[in-house]
Write a protein that binds this ligand. Structure first.
Ligand SMILES: [Zn+2]
Length: 387
């Protein structure tokens, strides 16, 4: 049984589409931004906060969860939903990206990735089969295949080798899946080489995966390269299955990818920046730790209806951050996630009404204007730094 996926509308002026996935824990309307809850928590928020925000999907991470609390802990309680007290859809990343970016003392072979646990120093093997076994214990609604990520500035030969291994691992993952109620997505690789991306999409779409992700971006590539690869990759993926752009990005990145026909997103940026005191607002980014916020008896974003903006001033948020009070990052996380979810809801509405291309153009222009209006805060940290 394949993950039920219904196309609700196509935008006449772009490749954007609105769709509905039906997971074992409820329907998901796309375009969708998934909140990153790496260690079975969206840091600082509890599931009632997520419900209040209308968070559609929470994303957990196999690499971190296999090390702590370990798959046995999930098996004992019957899965992540009960474990974290959350009843909505969960997607788990396979751990491929973390093996590439975080694991110490690792060696990669055809069998899998051998590395040392940061929890107890023990050697661990993450193979495609082991990743599926762990994701089965976690009980996620959507599982990802283990892939081999490499820097997008690698040589073409190295990029090809990683892509071909990713293909072999994808088929091993498919063979290892036991419960078809848990959807399984493949990951298109191939760096920033168009021919390799084509080859990867052609190979993977021959097999019965429930959806397809575009992986290996935001690891050393430029924004222009990322947009080109996203556009080219999305075009190669079947109409009747969801398309997921992994680990990207800023609101403009999301709008560009929706224009290209991408349905699903995740990124640590809104929550990570919230913990650093930076908010996305309708008039550009605001860093609440700046001195100018100390006496600002005004909302973070006057146009925002999140749980934070109508109740607390910039001056209060500034104060919380200056005192290192945990309420500060929590209030900013609520706001930033609300900002991303609102963007997705607006995008979906615009697609349903057949006006997404114009909506996206106006939104991108406005964001660009705010970013260049003198309040620019410098470049965002690179995504590979955010892990
Ligand atoms: Zn707000």
């Amino acid at each position: 049984m394949r993950l039920p996926f219904r196309l609700d509308a196509r935008d006449p002026g772009s490749r954007a589409r609105a769709a509905t996935l039906s997971t074992a824990h409820g329907p998901v309307s796309t375009p969708v931004f998934m909140a990153v809850g790496t260690r079975a928590t969206v840091t600082g928020l509890d599931p009632s906060d997520l419900a209040a925000l209308g968070a559609p999907v929470v994303l957990g991470n196999t690499y971190h969860l296999m090390l702590r609390p370990g798959p046995e802990a999930f098996s004992r309680v019957g899965g992540i939903h009960r474990f974290m007290g959350y009843s909505g859809p969960v997607l788990t990343d396979s751990g491929g990206y973390q093996i590439f970016s975080l694991a110490g003392d690792r060696s990669l072979t055809e069998e899998g990735a051998l590395f040392r646990s940061y929890v107890d120093g023990r050697r661990q093997l993450l193979s495609p089969e082991r990743s599926i076994e762990i994701q089965t214990a976690i009980g996620s609604d959507i599982m990802m295949v283990l892939d081999e990520c490499i820097d997008s500035t690698s040589t073409e030969a190295a990029t090809r080798a990683a892509m071909e291994r990713t293909h072999r691992w994808a088929l091993r993952s498919l063979a290892a899946r036991r419960d078809p109620a848990q959807a399984l997505f493949a990951i298109v690789q191939g760096g920033i080489v168009p021919e390799l991306r084509r080859e990867s999409a052609a190979f993977l779409t021959e097999h019965p995966f429930d959806g397809f992700a575009i992986g290996g971006l935001a690891v050393g590539d430029t924004r222009a390269a990322r947009e080109d690869v996203t556009r080219a990759s999305a075009e190669l993926l079947p109409e009747d299955r969801p398309r997921y752009l992994m680990g990207v990005g800023t609101p403009p990145d999301l709008l560009q990818a929706i224009l290209a026909g991408v349905d699903m997103f995740d990124c640590v940026l809104p929550t990570h920046l919230a913990w650093q005191g930076t908010a996305f607002t309708s008039t550009g980014r605001v860093k609440v730790t700046r001195g100018s916020c100390a006496t600002a008896d005004m909302a973070l974003d006057a146009a925002c209806t999140c749980p934070t903006c109508p109740r607390f001033s910039r001056a209060y948020l500034h104060h919380l951050f200056k005192c290192s009070e945990p309420l500060g990052p929590r209030l900013l996380s609520l706001h930033n996630l609300h900002h991303y979810f609102s963007l997705m809801r607006e995008a979906r509405q615009a697609i349903l009404e057949g006006r997404f291309a114009a909506y996206a153009r106006a939104k991108l222009d406005a964001i660009d204007r705010h970013e260049h209006s003198g309040r620019r805060l410098g470049p965002a940290p690179s995504l590979s730094e955010l892990g």
